[in-house]
Design a protein around this ligand. Structure first.
Ligand SMILES: Cc1cc2nc3c(=O)[nH]c(=O)nc-3n(C[C@H](O)[C@H](O)[C@H](O)COP(=O)(O)O)c2cc1C
Length: 306
């Protein structure tokens, strides 16, 4: 999660038993990666997530990521997976997010070690053609490698569902974005905690308004606000409107939630407090384990709701 998953969040996820990822988004540089690596401290394992078109613009970012010797390197949003061999030579496992069976086959052929099946419910950028469960079905039917499910997983129920369906684990975004360890600013955190699951929208207006080179194929799921209401469906006009671009830039700097983007998936309604990563992950994993265990228990236990 670019701008949210810094070294501190990644370290906390790893300390809680997961694999913490430093997310380097569309504004990432080798310098900003170095700062987050410093914040990571000494951890037994960590990953780095990069955006394909960003590393094409700034190849030194990929160099810096490989030099940091992550356990897992993830590069998403591109079809050229030649970076996988470089990751392997640097001792890293390779992951990428996929959106259909064809993507999954292509990634398997390129030597990817772990696939992330990222459904339309997810926060941030991604394709929106398939929801998480149908996508997971399609990907699991196609590849033999471990598949992580992503998109809308914010509760013990949704974690249990994807594990029961055959995912090797979950790739979590939104449910960690309001944690105190995240880089999320205070006004964005408040907006996340106040939002309902129906308050998100997929849109390109923030990319167009900031002149970011995101392919149109990957809109981002964000919290709906005044800016998305005004410009969604009018992206071409927005692209030629310097006043709107200036308003957006100012809104981002001041943290004005009527204007600024806040990436969030449809699970956002389940965030009600800013809780430490360990608490969030313990609750998710213990709750999912309890739910899955029900199916091994005597039938009367199946009526228990939790
Ligand atoms: C705040 C935020 C920022 C994100 N930034 C990135 C990013 O920079 N690169 C990326 O590959 N995915 C990014 N994502 C998408 C996540 O990798 C993941 O697919 C998504 O969060 C999973 O869905 P969920 O948010 O419902 O858990 C971001 C997601 C969020 C919520």
């Amino acid at each position: 999660m670019g701008g949210v998953a810094g070294g501190r969040l990644a370290a906390a996820v790893t300390a809680a038993g997961g694999l913490g990822m430093i997310g380097m988004g569309s504004t990432a540089t080798a310098t900003s990666l170095a700062a987050e690596l410093a914040a990571l401290g000494a951890v037994p394992r960590f990953g780095i997530g990069l955006v394909d078109w960003v590393v094409r613009d700034r190849p030194e970012l990929l160099e810096a990521a490989l030099a940091a010797r992550p356990t897992l390197l993830s590069v998403s949003f591109g079809a050229d997976l030649s970076w996988v061999q470089r990751a392997h030579r640097a001792g890293a496992l390779a992951a990428t997010q996929v959106y259909d069976a064809q993507d999954a086959r292509h990634a398997q052929d390129a030597g990817i070690d772990v696939l992330v099946a990222r459904g339309a419910e997810g926060g941030g950028h991604g394709e929106t053609r398939l929801a998480t469960l149908p996508l997971l079905d399609a990907v699991l039917d196609t590849v033999t490698m471990p598949v992580l499910a992503a998109g809308g997983i914010c509760s013990p129920r949704s974690l249990a569902a994807v594990l029961a369906a055959g995912a090797a684990g979950a790739w979590l975004g939104t449910c960690l974005s309001a944690c105190p360890e995240a880089l999320t600013g205070e006004s964005a955190r408040s907006a996340l905690l106040a939002a309902d699951g129906t308050d998100t929208i997929t849109t390109r207006v923030f990319d167009v308004g900031q002149q970011l080179n995101w392919p149109a194929r990957f809109p981002s799921r964000v919290l709906r606000n005044e800016f998305t209401g005004r410009w969604t469906g009018h992206e071409q006009t927005l692209a030629g409107d310097p006043e709107a671009a200036a308003e957006l830039a100012a809104g981002i700097v001041s943290g004005d939630q009527r204007i600024a983007p806040v990436d969030a998936g449809q699970g956002v309604g389940l965030l009600t407090a800013s809780r430490p990563v360990r608490e969030v992950l313990d609750e998710l994993c213990t709750g999912a384990q309890r739910l899955l265990q029900r199916w091994a228990d005597p039938p009367e236990d199946h009526t228990a709701r939790r």
